[in-house]
Design a protein around this ligand. Structure first.
Ligand SMILES: [Zn+2]
Ligand SMILES: [Zn+2]
Length: 135
């Protein structure tokens, strides 16, 4: 179990029960969208509003603790920021998974071709996951 209190503090975020719950859930789920996060948090904090969740997620994203993962044609999901990685999205069950690949070559190639200095990349691959393929 990681020390989420220390993690919040490290990112200059005030430690609140809601924030601890959010970070715990992001950690447990890997990736989760706002609505699912909201409905689970409400079980514990019935008075919390969707706007509050948005506000907290926004602050946590701004601080670099949380990362928004934008997925074409699906809702954004959120994760605890970690080493650079790619996302796999299943078209059938819509689960989002991390894969770590060496993208240095692609980035280098892209810089060469475009003349850009690339600062960040968001790579998402879509397909059918092994579980859905074997159904
Ligand atoms: Zn699937
Ligand atoms: Zn991820």
């Amino acid at each position: 179990m990681e020390d989420f209190t220390a993690l919040l503090k490290k990112h200059n975020l005030k430690v609140t029960p809601q924030r601890l719950k959010i970070i715990t859930m992001l950690h447990a789920h890997g990736h989760i969208n706002i609505e699912d996060l909201f409905s689970e948090i409400r079980e514990e904090f019935p008075n919390v509003s969707l706007a509050t969740i948005y506000k907290n997620i926004h602050q946590m994203t701004e601080s670099g603790l949380v990362r928004e993962v934008k997925i074409p044609s699906l809702k954004s999901v959120y994760e605890v920021a970690k080493e650079p990685h790619l996302h796999m999205v299943c078209d059938k069950c819509h689960k989002v998974e991390d894969i770590v690949l060496d993208t240095d070559k692609i980035i280098e190639e892209a810089e060469k071709v475009s003349g850009y200095k690339i600062e960040e990349s968001f790579i998402t691959l879509r397909g059918i996951c092994p579980e859905c393929r074997h159904k």
